[in-house]
Write a protein that binds this ligand. Sequence first.
Ligand SMILES: Nc1ncnc2c1ncn2[C@@H]1O[C@H](COP(=O)(O)OP(=O)(O)O)[C@@H](O)[C@H]1O
Ligand SMILES: [Mg+2]
Length: 243
Amino acid sequence: MTERLPAGGRIVTLTRDEWLRRLRFKRGEHITIVGPTGCGKSFVAWQMLDKLTSPAFQGVVLVKKPRDELITRDAKRLHYRTVRSWPPPPSLWLARKPPGYVVWPRTNFTDVEADRLAKHILFKRVLLDVYRKGRRIAYVDDAFGFSALLDLKEEMIELWTELRSMDGSLMTAFQRPSMVPLWAYSSAEHLLLFNDPDKRSRDRFAEIGGVDPDLIKATVQALPQYHFVYIKRTGPRMCIVAP
Ligand SMILES: Nc1ncnc2c1ncn2[C@@H]1O[C@H](COP(=O)(O)OP(=O)(O)O)[C@@H](O)[C@H]1O
Ligand SMILES: [Mg+2]
């Protein structure tokens, strides 16, 4: 989509709208977003869901956090249906299939273990359902937490490696490059990398493979607020995307 990168040349910067307009996405491709809290991961994730999802290719947003006002706002804006269980209970007042779902279990703060177990069971059911049916994009925010805290590592790996054959996509967000498993780099066609203030953290971008690690590190390091480096793996093509 973006200009082919000239050797040693400067990297093109696109506005967000221009990038979204030119984004080439095929069902079955995965998206990986990396950046510290507050950098704009969820913001861009919803921008992409807005562009990519429809009743024929639904988004499924898995929410692990107890509270998040932004999710409520974005879900409304995109006409996603918020559900506490899976599969979505039948709705009498929704005539049409929504373009997506937000799966958001209630948190019972008095029993952390029970909360974790309930979320593990619910999200496992969602992930396996997405895997089985395909033709959807699952968005897992804080994918590290899903793997490590909710014990869904195997399901995530299954999706990264096998979902493509079902025309299903996985969009994941991570707070730090060190939390990104190699699967999330190697199987994702689209990488969105935000600036990370920590040098050792940025050094982990060298693991991406197929792209010049020094160029990525130098570019990411210079990114202003709400900017990210976008890499399309089969290219390889990259650009900077502004807010
Ligand atoms: N491109 C942008 N332009 C304007 N505001 C943005 C942009 N990206 C993020 N923000 C704002 O910054 C805040 C943090 O963004 P968010 O997407 O929640 O970050 P993250 O998910 O990485 O923690 C939000 O209030 C959001 O509205
Ligand atoms: Mg977020």
